[in-house]
Ligand binder design. Structure first.
Ligand code: ATP
Length: 347
């Protein structure tokens, strides 16, 4: 199999349905071979954006879609050389696994010997050889998902489009398949747009993540950028758990309910800003000399970590992750120290 990945460029792509703007004009470029994840809450416009790339929707007047040097804005999906996988898989129930994977090749009248070779290759890639002649209904969810992926890749698409492909699976299988999908996408090197509302999927699979909300792009960045350097509260709060420390600034120190936190070096001083930090960047310490003090509210043992909620330190309870084996009794008075590099100032 040979993929010739192309870069994708969306310029000023907006979408209006029945007079309602669901997508504000957006500009987005996706590098050749890159996996770009569109992440955001339900209804924010992820699927609409993906469908514009696919050719299932046309952008409002003024919008353009380019694959490399080709303007594909007016081309329907069948002329864009895209492979697509949906949440529902949309497999043909009356065909076998082999029949599903080879369907597009047959329609395109690809030489049968070549088609067979390619289908065999895909079945091997997806570890489906043992199931080649089974009807779809005899397969598990994870196997069906791999058939859908194999079918999407059969015609060596220029672009692979995945719309919540793992959402229908149970949590455990989703974890395994996410890992497989990661290895597969890295190995294929095909330009991929992946829609999900699941942060773990976005983090693991995206070379870059586009965080969307209400029809707009809030931030584009690597998973680490998005997690550690969110540009605003919407992104900070949508991706992962984050603590907020609000209070009064005085000489670069933020005084809050249970103590005070100094503005770390390198962060611009902004009297309107509040400080934020991730649960794993906080530490529970002896309250005597700690920056912040509070009382343990709830303790949730999550296996690899224990999540402790502390009230009284800031206007809202702070969530601190400690190693799984560490236990705390509710009601204990604790100190909190925050790793300086973990502090995020947001207006
Ligand atoms: P989800 O994760 O729930 O699929 P999403 O972020 O993918 O959400 P979209 O499917 O892009 O969101 O939908 C964005 C908005 O556009 C929603 O308010 C939706 O109801 C609306 N919408 C999408 N398709 C159509 C359509 N064909 N006609 C009218 N409204 C639509």
């Amino acid at each position: 199999m040979k993929f010739t990945p192309v870069p994708i460029a969306l310029s000023q792509c907006a979408k209006t349905f029945h007079g309602t703007r669901v997508l504000e004009p957006l500009d987005l470029t996706i590098g050749a071979g890159e996996t770009l994840v569109l992440l955001g809450p339900s209804g924010c416009g992820k699927t609409t954006t993906l469908r514009i790339v696919a050719g299932l929707e046309t952008p409002d007047a003024g919008g353009a879609v380019r694959f490399g040097d080709d303007d594909v804005t007016r081309l329907p999906i069948e002329r864009r050389q895209v492979g697509m996988v949906f949440q529902s898989y949309a497999l043909f129930p009356n065909l076998t696994v082999r029949g599903n994977v080879g369907y597009g090749l047959k329609i395109a009248k690809v030489d049968p010997a070549l088609a067979r070779k390619r289908v065999d290759e895909l079945l091997a890639m997806m570890r489906l050889e043992a199931h080649a002649d089974k009807p779809i209904h005899q397969l598990s969810g994870g196997q069906r998902q791999r058939v859908a992926l194999a079918r999407a890749l059969a015609r060596e698409p220029r672009v692979l489009l995945l719309d919540e492909p793992l959402t229908a699976l149970d949590a455990r299988l989703r974890d395994t398949l996410r890992r497989e999908m990661n290895a597969l996408l890295r190995g294929l090197g095909v330009t991929t747009v992946y829609v999900t509302h699941d942060q773990a999927e976005a983090m693991e699979l995206g070379d870059r993540i586009v965080v969307m909300s209400a029809g707009r792009i809030e931030q584009i960045g690597t998973p680490r950028d998005i997690y550690y350097r969110p540009v605003n509260r919407a992104v900070a709060q949508f991706v992962g758990t984050i603590n907020r420390v609000a209070g009064q600034w005085r000489d670069g120190v933020l005084a809050t309910d249970g103590g005070s936190v100094g503005l770390p070096a390198g962060l611009a001083r902004d009297e309107r800003a509040e400080l934020f930090f991730r649960p794993e960047d906080g530490r529970l310490v002896d309250p005597a000399n700690a920056s912040l003090r509070g009382t343990v509210d709830t303790v949730s043992f999550l296996g690899e970590r224990t999540r402790v909620s502390v009230s009284g330190a800031a206007p809202e309870a702070l969530v601190i992750d400690v190693p799984g084996r560490t236990d705390w009794a509710p009601g204990s008075v604790v100190g909190i120290e925050i790793a300086p590099e973990g502090l995020i100032a947001l207006p």
